[in-house]
Design a protein around this ligand. Sequence first.
Ligand code: NAD
Length: 421
Amino acid sequence: MTEKTSTYQNVIRQFDKAADLMGLDPEIRKILSKTTNEITVNFPVKMDDGRIEMFRGYRVQHNNVLGPYKGGLRFHPSVDIDEVRALATWMTWKSVIINIPFGGAKGGIQCDPANYSTRELERITRRFTFALGCAIGPEYDIPAPDVNTNAQIMAWILDTYLSMMPPLERNRSLHVVTGKPIESGGSLGRDKATGQGIVFVIEQWARDQGFDLKGATYTVQGFGNVGSWTARLLKPHGARLVAVEDVSGSFSNPEGLDADDLSDYAKAHRGRIAGYPQATPIDPEAIFSTQADILIPAAMENQITAVTAPLLNVRLVVEGANGPTDADGEAILAERGIGVLPDVLCNAGGVMVSYFEWLQNKRSEFWDLEEVDSKLYRKMVSAYERVRDATQAYDVDWRTAAYIVALSRLAKVYKERGIFP
Ligand code: NAD
């Protein structure tokens, strides 16, 4: 049996590569290669049948030098301190690359939500929020949805957090979470934001490369929030989704799958795509070997590895998920001439619109969808251009360039402010 890849080790390998290349100050390097706070909470929850079950949850805060900690919450059996540490660190880089005044954090509960009723999930969420207490807050650390969490879960966190506040504070704290339902203070466009940002990046790349998206083929791993929205928003460009995978299996249709129809099907089948009539089941590995122009991993980390990277039959990987390519996999892709547009750039649309939601709540405003989308477009294009320009200035791959953009800015800030005392 192979050892589980350390996701945080992967972050450090990416970090070291960029830091070496740009000659990052060794003192700054010490600071940024560590997380600031790592909170582990164990808490009891009453199950529907009266039993008590113990849960373990995490919140890791990597860095807040540019603004409040910000990052999603994940409910998944794989959640552990190593994974959350890595995800929190990526959030710091992402906020800098997209140029918003947030730091990086991430959290989650080690559990499989499919094993619990809705009432149990509500109690798990509320008890976790209570356990975190003042470790989160609207001007301090702001959670959002991630794998297996959604607007409903954010509404429960909001309600629990507000219930713990003194009455005068309650109406000032709506922005303690983002990705809320619209009626509870959410932003239009947040639901599709990550997929929308990915599609804006693909458009820019295609324009630079003189690549026609009309008739292009692509595959998607993961058909949840990120994967399904990306596919739905690529549809108007005339690109063809030829294979897709989620936890329920891998499926193909060389003629092209209709992303809207598949998304409706998944919604009606507990979020899963198995049994979709217009697709044929394929082997799990086939999601990697299917021939297409673009592969969009939008599920979990460590999917494109030394084992799967040799199978890839595409010209470009567009990372929708966080950390889908590990350092060994990336080296193989580079040798094979397969480009990678990295997570910290591609999926930054989610945190971007989370920032818009946070601002709207603080200012008691409500922006229309056109305003959200046009602001997101401008931010994604300028982030893309910053990273693209760094690939040319340093003659490096896109991930290393994105890290250089983030690390240069953070290094400047530490230099300006110094270290207390
Ligand atoms: P989600 O829970 O909505 O969907 C996850 C999807 O991945 C589901 O279709 C699930 O079936 C599938 N999946 C899970 N494990 C899999 C496996 N081993 N093989 C194949 N498919 C598998 O989650 P999401 O919000 O879409 O997040 C997906 C990825 O995108 C994560 O890496 C997350 O951190 C990242 N991300 C999400 C957001 C956001 O706004 N939701 C923002 C930035 C990054």
